[in-house]
Design a protein around this ligand. Structure first.
Ligand code: ASP
Length: 329
């Protein structure tokens, strides 16, 4: 008995001593295998588009494959939970958007900690949104669209990616400004929602330019406004919401990269450097520009800036959500 218990006491101590240099070596050589970026929305949507571009460019810098895995559903909370609960070893990451700042207030019961469950790696980009409609929607300007929304109200279907999604947020803003509720139809992401808009099965959507630019340019959907203060260079003929007579419908969708809480600092720093390299990759810069956005400057693609920005965003959205009383649960 005595021997056994002494062994039991001694063994972890010996292992601990041996494990420390091993862990340090593992971190120094990181990554040694495929890294997975979880996107908390369906494939083919705007967050997925950003993630696939970033993953490819980061893999060039890291010298390892970086794959994207779509875990859509519940407004982005399923994918976030998956990463918060993953091993903090740098091989499972999360690429999410502004929902990281609204979900902590919108959802009062979550199976993960929406703030302390994550380490920040860096911001990526801020993407404008567009208010779009099916091709045969009976309006050609924002004012005409508002008149149709006020007249038809909940007979109209507004597609979104669930409570907490950017499309949900933009829809709430729109409905409160025009003072008319529409019927919201949630999808696992706005990739599938776009397919429904293209086939005319839903009427309206507000979504990032990273998912709408090509369909707008091809004339496959109608567009009424962009949600930025200035016009978007890649869509020069589309008025801002303010120009089109709806001031304050202003929102851009920032994206960031996260790791599970407890991921070793050297790994976070390596990932942040790879992200900064990806944001300078000419292919990323060009494709972002085609889709109406630009990478953040290098100093914002850092863990510190990202965390500060994220905390400020949580503080900005909390009183607005609480005042609206529109909780997900
Ligand atoms: N754009 C979506 C949203 O509404 C998410 C996505 O599918 O990327 O948040």
């Amino acid at each position: 008995m005595a021997t056994l218990s002494r062994r039991a006491l001694v063994a972890p101590a010996v292992l601990g001593l041996a494990a420390a240099p091993l862990a340090a070596r593992a971190q120094a050589s990181y990554p040694t295998r495929t890294v997975t970026i979880v996107v908390p929305f369906a494939a083919g949507g705007p967050t997925d588009t950003v993630a696939r571009l970033i993953a490819e460019a980061m893999s060039r810098d890291l010298g390892q494959t970086v794959v994207v895995e779509n875990v859509g559903g519940a407004g982005g909370t399923l994918g976030a939970a998956r990463v918060a609960q993953a091993r903090p070893d740098g091989y499972t990451l999360l690429l999410h958007h502004i929902g990281m700042a609204t979900i902590p207030t919108l959802y009062r019961r979550l199976p993960y900690d929406p703030i302390n469950g994550f380490e920040t790696i860096g911001l990526i980009t801020a993407v404008p949104m567009t208010l779009v409609a099916r091709k045969d929607f009976p309006a050609n300007t924002l004012q005409e669209a508002i008149a149709v929304i006020r007249r038809e109200r909940d007979k109209l279907n507004y597609a979104n990616a669930g409570i907490g999604a950017a499309s949900h947020l933009c829809g709430l803003l729109l409905m409160s400004k025009v003072d008319a509720p529409m019927t919201t139809v949630p999808f696992r992401g706005t990739g599938p929602a776009m397919q429904e808009l293209l086939s005319g099965r839903v009427d309206l959507m507000c979504d990032q330019t990273t998912n709408t630019t090509e369909q707008i340019r091809a004339g496959e959907i109608k567009v009424f406004a962009v949600t930025t203060r200035e016009r978007v260079p890649s869509l020069p003929n589309v008025p801002t919401a303010a120009e089109a007579g709806l001031p304050d419908l202003e929102v851009t969708i920032w994206h960031g990269l996260y790791a599970p809480r407890g991921t070793p600092r050297p790994v976070i720093e390596r990932l942040s450097r790879a992200l900064q390299a990806a944001l300078k990759d000419p292919k990323v810069v060009q494709r972002f520009a085609d889709l109406g956005t630009t990478p953040v400057p290098e100093e914002q693609a850092t863990p510190e800036f990202h965390r500060q920005f994220w905390m400020a965003e949580i503080a900005r959205w909390r009183p607005l959500i609480q005042a609206a009383g529109q909780y997900a649960d």
